[in-house]
Design a protein. Structure first.
Length: 95
């Protein structure tokens, strides 16, 4: 993983957002993920009530993970999953 992440912060609709200033190339679990320069993200989704305990949405501790999550969610590159039961097991396939 990278030790440095080059981003630019900006305001949008009263919230702070970030924009990647360089391409981000990652290998996560054997899968290559490329996030292009210019991708925008609103940081971590942490309720304001927990900011003193966990940190703010732009804290570097979770920022890389937040960027990857937002990119995969926005562009649906994550593999589709089947609905799981309460115990976490996949239900049997139906015909």
């Amino acid at each position: 993983m990278k030790d440095e992440l080059l981003v630019k912060l900006f305001k949008k609709d009263g919230s702070t957002w970030l924009e990647l200033q360089e391409d981000l190339n990652l290998n996560i679990g054997g899968k290559c993920i490329w996030i292009p320069k210019g991708f925008t993200c609103d940081g971590c989704s942490i309720p304001k009530f927990f900011w003193r305990i966990i940190g703010t949405p732009m804290d570097f501790d979770y920022l890389l993970e937040a960027i990857v999550h937002d990119y995969l969610y926005r562009y649906q590159q994550a593999r589709p999953y089947r609905k799981r039961t309460r115990t976490g097991h996949q239900p049997p396939a139906t015909r």
